[in-house]
Design a protein around this ligand. Structure first.
Ligand code: NAP
Length: 308
């Protein structure tokens, strides 16, 4: 089995392919989700070597954490599973507010522990920055929870460079999770050099651009049926051409588009682990095949150039 990788400077060691679970119980994000398919895909990942699961309060809300808690409870090896979750959204009546106050983050960790049916969370993220709380104070609250053993490492998500600098004033940030994929490489400019220098691990979300970078779509795809920014016509069509170039390269390696795309992220110095999402167990198993692909320097540069 593939060697486990350390996430940045944390004590967390994970299989380099993790599992994103916004489609496990994430009824507020994807309508008509089948919860049993979600449960099955988590089980299937765990049975096939995945040990890093990414969830959040906001997926459901709550339901994704609950399902993951149930699946983990079925197994005897909690200590081998690395659970990451996130919070920051507060429901006030029908309104959703983003709240990074120390009191709210502490309460959020307590509630997530209940839903996940566990005594500790391996990686806890502030899901989104709010406008009011100084970011070092918010992270300071997480440091206290870490000292109490309720969380094992500290993450921030959707933070800008300036917000990360403020959050990491005391050097407590372990992970940043932001969007990064071959279609959006903004993070390479400022965030990547900073995180490498500061031993913060960058975990990219939307690595498959919601499926567009798997190579399963073509010009006949009915975009009216698809949701999300990757299915806006201009971006979608210009990406199809690039995906065809990746497909050619993949065929020389007896691999598929998704494998090359995911393998390419793992060649970035800032990235230790990836968390592609899935709707079905077969997709999880497919994405695990990424580790069978080895990209040489020329191939890494070629993929870089295609999406430059
Ligand atoms: P993604 O990883 O780019 O795309 C996942 C989707 O691609 C799946 O739901 C599935 O959708 C399709 N897919 C996956 N593997 C496939 C395969 N082998 N063949 C064909 N299709 C495949 O997007 P994501 O799941 O939204 O993002 C990854 C994770 O990042 C999430 O699950 C979540 O944990 C996290 N995330 C975090 C934030 C944040 O604010 N921090 C935001 C977004 C996501 P279909 O079957 O519908 O095509």
């Amino acid at each position: 089995m593939e060697k486990k990788v350390q996430i940045g400077k944390t004590e967390l060691y994970v299989h380099p392919i993790g599992l994103g679970t916004n489609a496990v119980g994430g009824h507020n994000i994807f309508p008509n989700l089948d919860e049993e398919a979600g449960r099955e895909l988590v089980r299937s990942g765990l049975e096939n070597g995945i040990n890093f699961i990414d969830t959040a309060y906001m997926y459901g809300p709550k339901r994704s954490e609950e399902i993951i808690g149930e699946v983990i409870k079925e197994r005897a090896n909690r200590s081998e599973i690395v659970i990451a979750t996130k919070a920051a959204h507060q429901f006030i009546g029908n309104e959703i507010k983003v709240n990074n106050s120390p009191a709210f983050l502490k309460q959020s960790v307590e509630e997530a522990l209940q839903r996940l049916q566990t005594d500790y969370i391996d990686l806890f993220y502030i899901h989104f920055p709010d406008q009011d709380t100084p970011k070092d104070e918010a992270v300071g609250a997480l440091k206290q929870l870490k000292d109490e053993g309720k969380i094992r490492s500290i993450g921030v998500s959707n933070f800008s460079m300036d917000q990360l600098l403020e959050a990491n004033k005391d050097g407590y940030v372990d992970v940043i999770q932001n969007e990064y994929n071959l279609l959006n490489r903004e993070a390479e400019k400022e965030l990547f050099p900073y995180v490498v220098e500061n031993k913060i691990s960058f975990i990219p979300y939307f690595p498959l651009a919601s499926g567009l970078l798997t190579g399963k779509y073509d010009k006949h795809t009915n975009l009216a049926e698809k949701r999300g920014k990757f299915f806006e016509r201009e971006l979608f069509e210009s990406t199809l051409e690039k995906v065809e170039k990746i497909r050619k390269l993949a065929s020389t390696k007896d691999a598929e588009v998704a494998h090359l795309v995911l393998a390419w992220y793992l060649t970035r110095e800032a990235i230790d682990v990836i968390i592609p999402g899935a709707k079905r167990a077969e997709q999880v198993l497919q994405n695990l095949k990424t580790l069978e692909v080895r990209l040489n320097e020329d191939e890494i540069r070629e993929i870089d150039r295609i999406f430059q």
